[in-house]
Ligand binder design. Sequence first.
Ligand code: LRY
Length: 234
Amino acid sequence: MRPATAGAALLTALRGGLVVSCQAEPGEPLDAPIHMTAMALAARAGGAVGVRAKGLAEIAAIRAAAADLPLIGLVKRGRHGVYITPTVDDAIAVAEAGADIVAIDGTDRHRPDGRTLAETVAAIRHRSGVMIMADVASEAQALAAQDAGVDIVSTTLAGYTEPDPPPPGPDLALVARLARTLSVPFAAEGRFATPQQCAEALRLGAHTVVVGTAITRPSSITARFAAALRQEHP
Ligand SMILES: CC(=O)N[C@H](C=O)[C@@H](O)[C@H](O)[C@H](O)COP(=O)(O)O
């Protein structure tokens, strides 16, 4: 069981810093533990205070390569409904793979194991000392996750639970609202594409900022540059 002081120290380590999400989608060229480990080490070399990683093999590999790097872990099961660490068993597997914090879906949608968010948090706590991050899409979900007893909330799912495609930029309005209403710390996450947007999230009151695509998805980064050139030379 993790002592409470260790959890507090971990949150302190994340405060005011950048967490880099190192994830590749199935079929992408970098979708392998060795590549995600290299990404994580590169992120740490660049000043990241922590890493967010998907997949049990990736989490274990990153933990083996960087014993003291704060590590937020998750698994994804599909891409619809509740797909981020959807069950208690998934969360325990993520913890056992070496994550310090397990990121779980923090919405009020139906979970595959039929548990509510509060039941999920209680069951994880019963079986593990891992810290829990709730990935939410709204202020109401963030408050419910806080009531359920999570250690930290993240705006990960903002823009991803509606039928419409997400807007291009991050949801800074949600960041501002969470800063006013939440008492647990929260991460600003989702579509942060510039250092200025990250700094703004911290100014608004986020505890930490998580950036993935803009740093660790070379295909997406290349596509942005290539699209800009095509505009000049269609
Ligand atoms: C919505 C969802 O499933 N988000 C996932 C959560 O782990 C990842 O695919 C994102 O890359 C991560 O949240 C970081 O966000 P961005 O890549 O936009 O910086």
